[in-house]
Each structure stands twice: as C-alpha cells, then as structure tokens.
Design a protein around this ligand. Structure first.
Ligand code: A3P
Ligand code: MG
Ligand code: MG
Length: 366
C-alpha cells in the first residue's frame, strides 16, 4: 500500500487560507475559531515527567551585553539521540480522558515539531522528514558558512546560545520582590535543557481536528484561572544581528519556522535576542506572531507565504486522512528536495513502537 502526494504546483495553495482555529479574542488575518490548551505536562531538571505546569517559566527582560557562551562548560544537556515517540503526549491524553470519561475528538495526534515540518514543506527545499537525525539537525543550522570552512564558535556552542538566552530571559516563578536576587544572578545559573513545559492543545487546520503537544518557552504574565481562553505565551529565539540586506533576507526566511511554530500552539509573542557573530547579546526585539505574514509579504521578494502554508497543510491532511484508511504502521516520508510526499504501509498490523502500552490498554477499556 502506498500513495503519493504532489507538492507542486504550489500555485494551487495560493489565496486566503482555509479556516484555522485561532484564539477567540485576538485579531487575526485568518477566520477565528478556537485553539485550546486542554492539558499540559512538565519535564523536570532530570527530564522526569510530571503531569503539571511545574516547569513553566516566566518571561523577564534579559540584560543586554551578556555573553551567551558563558556557562557552556557546565551545560546540563538533554541526550536527544533516543526517540521518545509520543509517550509523554499520550500519557497526558490518557490522564485527560480518564478525567473526562471520553475520548478526545482529534483525528490526528502529533508533536508540534512534526506539524511544523509539514506546514513548511512548500517552501522548505532542504528538510526531508525521514532522514532527519540529530547530526542533520545541527548541520542544517550551520548555514552561516555553508560550503566553506567554518570559522568562529562550534555548532555545539551556537546551539547552547539558544538555551542560555532562555535562562537569561526567564524566572522560575512569577515576579516578586524576592526575584531581584535571582535576576541579578541569572547569568550564573547552570543552563539545563532537560526541563521543559509542554502545552497540549486542540486545534484545527481546514477540516482536520488536531491534538498537538509542544514546548512553550515562557509566559508573559500568568496562566488564566479558567481553562480554554488564549494564554500569553512567549517564544524565545536567538538570531544573528542584522547588518545588511542579506542578513535581513535570511532573518525573514527564518521567520517562517518562527511563525509556524508559534501559530500552531497559539503563541502570540516571540522575543528575539539578537547576538553578534561571537554570541554577545546586543538587542531584544518583540515580534507579534500574527503580524509576521504581513511583514514578510510587504518585502520585495517574499520567500514564503503563510496562507500557502496553511492551505497546503489543510489539503495534505485531508488527503492523509483519506489515504491512511487501514490498520498497521504507515510511514510519511519526504526525501530532501523531493517534489512529493510518500505515504506507505510498513507493517500490516499493530502499532509499532508508536503507541505506548499504557495508551493501548486504556483505549481498549474506554
Ligand atoms: P534558538 O532557536 O534561539 O537558536 P526553540 O527555539 O524551539 O525553543 O529551541 C530552543 C533552542 O534549542 C534553540 O535556540 C537552539 O539552540 C536549540 N534547537 C532547536 N531546534 C534545533 C535544531 N533543529 N537543531 C539544533 N538546535 C536546535
Ligand atoms: Mg523552546
Ligand atoms: Mg525558543
């Protein structure tokens, strides 16, 4: 069993995008329905799972001039060579279903990262889905100096900058008088990327209802008491400072991933820490997620288009739902630069390693 979805011609995805479920209260250039966090979970400093918001961080402006490389030697780095599959997400869904006594209504459950790749497909020539491994990931971020001998900091140090910026821009609790001392000493905190807060949301693209899990870096104020409304999440990013037109174009290209990633979980604000080529934080800029599509379109030669990302995802997901019509394990693959996405069955029955035993046992009972 296999089927092929053609990415080209892209023209068929042009035009105002299909309904996308968005926070009710916010003005968006897309039709408004609802994106809802219905559950969350945390990994602690040892990457142990907790069904709560204990690892949620609060945004607090970082000090400019900081050296983002400082503390690299004591970095507590998560070993991400293994595959955690959907385990934590499914654990959270099971707990939610036990509480409500019914199944969630999503046709598709995945990590936000996977949906980001799918939505970026029309404009992403380099990223394949399946060859992806950690080495690849680091390499694909090394576009400063492609094809030449790289000079300057190692890729590992550059990757550390992103986590260091998170440490410099967040507090573990909401601001209070006692935060002052913490803020003064933030620069000396051990950077640890094992801890994470993950939001689990219900959203929709086109006709497909999705359940997505994804990491949220910080919150602007605090979580509202009542569930379901928009939350003032903050996404943190670092990027090389913009010195010329070429840098600006590169940044606008990067905005595609920033936008898709934030759009999918309903993150309204992105704080970008601009750094020198050797990792000194020189500026912090606030970007409103919903303004990104317009900002990019107003450039002379836009490299991507948000409506097309959404329309593409809408059409693709509908096709996918029709195509995967039988049990077993299926693979969705796009090879680098390929104009198609292939879907094929790899195992006739069962769930591979994809579904946890806990989830299967629970769903049999339900
Ligand atoms: P920057 O994005 O500031 O470079 P996220 O932005 O998704 O919250 O990720 C936080 C940090 O994780 C990134 O900071 C970067 O350091 C690292 N990171 C994220 N995705 C990565 C990838 N595909 N390859 C290497 N590092 C990555
Ligand atoms: Mg993050
Ligand atoms: Mg981030």
């Amino acid at each position: 069993m296999s089927a092929t979805f053609s990415i080209q011609p892209l023209g068929r995805f042009a035009g105002a995008s299909q309904p996308v479920k968005r926070p009710k209260a916010r003005q968006e250039p897309f039709p408004l329905t609802c994106i809802q966090e219905f559950a969350c979970f945390s990994y602690d400093d040892n990457h142990e799972f907790h069904l709560d918001d204990s690892s949620l961080k609060y945004y607090y402006t970082p000090q400019l001039g900081a050296d983002l490389s400082k503390g690299f030697d004591t970095f507590e780095k998560q070993d991400d060579t293994g595959d955690e599959h959907l385990d934590s997400l499914l654990k959270t869904i099971v707990a939610h279903e036990k509480e409500t006594g019914k199944k969630i209504d999503a046709t598709l459950v995945t990590w936000r990262g996977m949906m980001t790749k799918i939505m970026a497909t029309p404009f992403d020539q380099l990223d394949g889905f399946i060859e992806e491994n950690h080495k690849h990931k680091v390499a694909s971020r090394a576009n400063e100096g492609k094809g030449r001998q790289r000079r300057g900091p190692s890729l590992e140090v550059m990757q550390f900058w992103g986590y260091k910026f998170e440490t410099l821009s967040t507090l573990p609790t909401i601001w209070s008088e006692t935060s002052r001392e913490f803020i003064e000493n933030r620069d000396k905190e051990v950077v640890n990327n094992k801890a994470q807060y993950c939001s689990v949301v219900r959203t929709g693209i086109g006709k497909t209802v999705l359940c997505l899990g994804g990491e949220v870096d910080a919150i602007w104020d605090r979580k509202p008491e009542t569930k379901g409304g928009p939350i003032n999440w903050v996404e943190l990013k670092t990027s090389a400072e913009i010195r010329n037109q070429g840098d600006k174009e590169n940044f606008h290209r990067k905005l595609m991933k920033y936008w898709i990633q934030s759009f999918l979980l309903g993150v309204p604000k992105i704080m970008v820490g601009f750094r020198t080529r050797d990792g000194i934080l020189v500026d912090v800029n606030e970007i409103e997620t919903h303004k990104i599509p317009e900002t990019v379109n107003s450039q002379p030669n836009p490299k991507w288009n948000a409506d097309m990302c959404v329309n593409f995802a809408g059409v693709f997901l509908e096709w996918l739902t029709r195509t995967i019509n039988d049990e077993g394990v299926w693979r969705i693959a796009r090879r680098q630069q390929s104009p198609t996405i292939e879907v094929y069955k790899v195992e006739e029955t069962g769930h591979g390693d994809i579904l946890s035993d806990e989830f299967k046992d629970w769903r049999i009972k339900l």
